[in-house]
Design a protein around this ligand. Structure first.
Ligand code: ADP
Ligand code: MG
Length: 699
């Protein structure tokens, strides 16, 4: 761990225990969230603001628009239908009625809601059974003296810290801000440059974010486009860029094993039942050139679903084996690991290469035996899940670490596999594969530490998936369609989606669909998987589907990634309007993997929002993952709650890659300049924004 730089406001480095009200217990909770110093609290920025400067008459509430209301409790109903529930009906002078609905509550809360009590509530209403309702509003009971009295400024809403209540957190942050140093002391970016960009100083930006002044541009703040937010987002993106670049530089200073012998790889190429596509060949050539270097490869292979990434991974693994070394391939789920194992065994064992596997479910003697084979190098290619990174797993001079569907892993897990393989100053080459295409600018930000290759061509002979968009009324017709597909020996997926609800509710809806479909398709074997099942039950059903023992698979979105069942030719996605483009694309990629013409039916529940209509239209008109990714970026305005999570990019405190994408070229430019000219400033920026995490990664 590097010492705090003395110039960087010593005050900012003071531990949080210097605040009143922070003892060791609270400090520990905060530290678990990465909040260790005062500066960490300054930069624990609000994600949202609640506008409690007004009270909205209940009658004027609009679905989907957050608002504050005040009224009197008219009725209270406590029920247990599927689970405990509390409903509180409140009314106000506008003669509107609103229901507050709770699924988790204490009896103390129930007692608070006496009929006649005056309640102030804040939240986003949506249509319920009896008019608008707010689920889990923030609320308090107010006395008559407080009636109608509102706050003067926007209230910041901070990302939650487990074990520290929102009120406490707010108080601690306010307290920490009293120690905010002067403008010059805090600033790391060149002043002239900031002025040229029209951005405020860091101090001004931080102060504005935590306590927006009365005259602040509220719509801009709520949209995340206020100059204060832009300034902070830019600095955060810059810090991430620098951290990734630094990691790359540090990594490439290590030695790696030169892998040059491609005789085995060539034997596989000629033994395959298909010819590599031009794109596969080009990407493999890029990988091969990297592997021939004495410094570690750091390469990301992006390839659309079904583009054939696995065989490229297999060829790379053979370069390691060809040199007498070991390769490991890590997948995010057991099912995917199993699928890779089957593929790699099929391809590599005829060449005399030993492929084995390690997964969580392997235990006891089998595990001990596998560990021995991994450690001795007898197992030349090791396939597995996270289990590969567990304690007790020792590789035998691991030369190549491959991580599949990397967006399912955190960066740390990827690095952990590398660390596992590192020995005596030599680190493994790293190959990362992802089916989540992201636009170039984003790739630049997210993968600044990696070289990027794209398999931008699908194997020949695939008939593009025919996509149709249908209103949910036409659901009954689909039963016929499934029957017809299965009568031809094909298989089908039926995906149930409900977002905004708990897993439990989705599972229930999917359960109902499963029962209905089983009843209307008596001759078919209908399987069912959902996220609440035990992993082994889920895997068993998926395996049965893969083996053709199940004709129709009803599923929640758990089947999203990677599963390869070429015989499946029909996919139906219910409530498709609720999914983001990236997810729809992933799901649709489960069909069209064989030679049969496949189709995808996107069922929607009218009425469609403008954005949902465009998403469905995009899905209907193209199957190109990169086109879809660009469209996704364009459509995801603030307010479209798709999140950056699905692109697999780090969680930022303030930056939002979709919203702030236009900052990236400048981030890149100034980042490179800082690395060249002012490396100490670069270090301080990384330390300020990423701190412990970066130190961990660079270790
Ligand atoms: P993904 O890139 O989505 O991981 P896979 O590696 O699972 O794709 O490949 C999808 C399917 O295409 C597999 O059944 C694989 O054997 C097959 N495949 C891969 N490359 C080719 C090719 N060049 N020609 C024909 N089929 C191929
Ligand atoms: Mg794959």
């Amino acid at each position: 761990m590097s010492k705090p730089a003395p110039t960087l406001a010593a005050a900012g480095q003071a531990p949080l225990t210097t605040l009143s009200g922070v003892g060791p217990a609270v400090a520990e909770k905060l530290a678990a969230r990465g909040l260790v110093t005062l500066q960490d609290l300054w930069l624990h920025l609000p994600r949202q603001y609640e506008d409690r400067t007004r009270i909205t008459p209940i009658r004027n509430l609009q679905a989907g628009v957050a608002a504050q209301v005040e009224g009197v409790v008219e009725a209270v109903e406590r029920g247990f239908r599927y689970r405990p529930m509390l409903r509180v009906a409140m009314g106000d002078d506008s003669r509107g009625t609103l229901v507050l609905r709770f699924f988790h509550f204490r009896s103390q809360q129930v007692n608070q809601f006496r009929v006649g009590a005056r309640v102030r509530a804040y939240g986003t209403p949506r249509p319920g059974q009896h008019g608008l309702e707010i689920v889990h509003p923030s609320y308090r009971v107010v006395d008559d003296a407080e009636a109608g009295v509102v706050g003067e400024a926007l209230d910041p809403v901070y990302p939650a810290v487990e074990g520290v209540g929102p009120a406490t957190l707010r108080r601690l942050i306010a307290q920490s801000l009293q120690g905010l140093p002067g403008e010059d002391e805090l600033e790391l970016l060149p002043r002239e440059w900031l002025q040229a960009q029209g951005l405020p100083s860091l101090r001004a930006a931080v102060a504005t974010m935590h306590a927006p002044p009365r005259d602040a541009d509220v719509p801009a703040l709520l949209a995340g486009l206020h100059p204060a937010q832009r300034r902070l987002a830019l600095e955060e993106l810059l810090a991430h860029h620098l951290s990734l670049r630094r990691q790359r530089i540090a990594m490439q200073a290590h030695a790696a094993i030169v892998l040059r012998d491609d005789r085995l790889a060539r034997r596989l190429t000629s033994a395959l039942p298909f010819a590599l596509t031009g794109a596969q060949q080009r990407v493999f050539d890029e990988v091969r050139a990297d592997l021939a270097q004495p410094s570690p490869m750091l390469r990301l292979v992006q390839g659309d679903v079904g583009s054939g990434k696995t065989v490229v991974a297999a060829l790379a693994a053979l370069l390691a084996v060809g040199e007498g070394r070991q390769a490991a391939l890590m997948a995010p789920t057991e099912l995917l690991a199993e699928q890779h194992l089957a593929n790699l065994r099929g391809w590599l064992e005829p060449l005399g290469v030993r492929v084995g596997w390690l997964a969580g479910k392997i235990s006891g003697k089998a595990r001990a035996a596998a560990l021995v084979d991994v450690a001795s190098g007898a197992m030349q290619v090791v396939v597995g899940t996270h289990a590969l990174m567990q304690e007790g797993v020792a590789f035998h001079g691991l030369a190549l670490a491959i991580v599949d569907e990397q967006h399912r892993f955190g960066v740390h897990q990827r690095l952990a596999l590398r660390d596992k393989g590192a020995a005596e100053g030599i680190v493994p080459h790293q190959l990362v594969m992802t089916a989540t295409p992201i636009p170039r600018t984003l790739a630049m930000a997210a993968y600044a530490d990696l070289d990027v290759s794209a398999i931008d061509e699908l194997p020949p002979g695939r008939t593009p998936v025919q996509t149709v968009v249908l209103s949910a009324e036409r659901r009954p017709e689909l039963v016929e369609r499934i029957r017809a597909a299965c009568a031809e020996g094909r298989q089908a997926y039926w995906v149930c989606t409900i977002i905004d609800e708990s897993d439990e509710v989705v599972a229930q809806a999917a359960q109902t669909t499963h029962e209905q479909l089983s009843a209307s398709l008596p001759g078919l074997r209908v399987g069912f998987v959902h996220g609440r099942m035990k992993p082994n039950e889920k895997q068993a059903t998926m395996r049965a589907f893969k083996q053709g023992d199940v004709d129709l698979l009803v599923a929640t979105t758990v089947i999203e990634v990677g599963v390869d069942v070429p015989n499946a030719s029909l996919m139906i996605i219910e409530n498709a309007e609720r999914l983001g483009l990236a997810q729809l694309h992933q799901l649709r990629g489960r069909v069209g993997r064989g030679s049969a013409a496949s189709s995808c039916v996107l069922l929607y529940q009218p009425p469609l929002s403008q954005a949902a209509r465009q998403r469905l239209e995009t899905m209907r008109s193209t199957s190109d993952g990169f086109v879809i990714a660009e469209k996704d970026l364009e459509l995801r305005g603030p307010g479209e709650l798709l999140g950056t999570r699905q692109t697999g990019i780090a969680d930022f405190r303030i930056a939002d890659l979709a919203r702030d994408a236009d900052l990236l070229p400048e981030v890149h430019r100034i980042g490179e300049a800082l690395l060249d000219d002012l490396p100490q400033v670069a270090d301080k920026l990384v330390d300020r924004w990423i701190g412990g995490a970066a130190r961990y990664a660079a270790a």
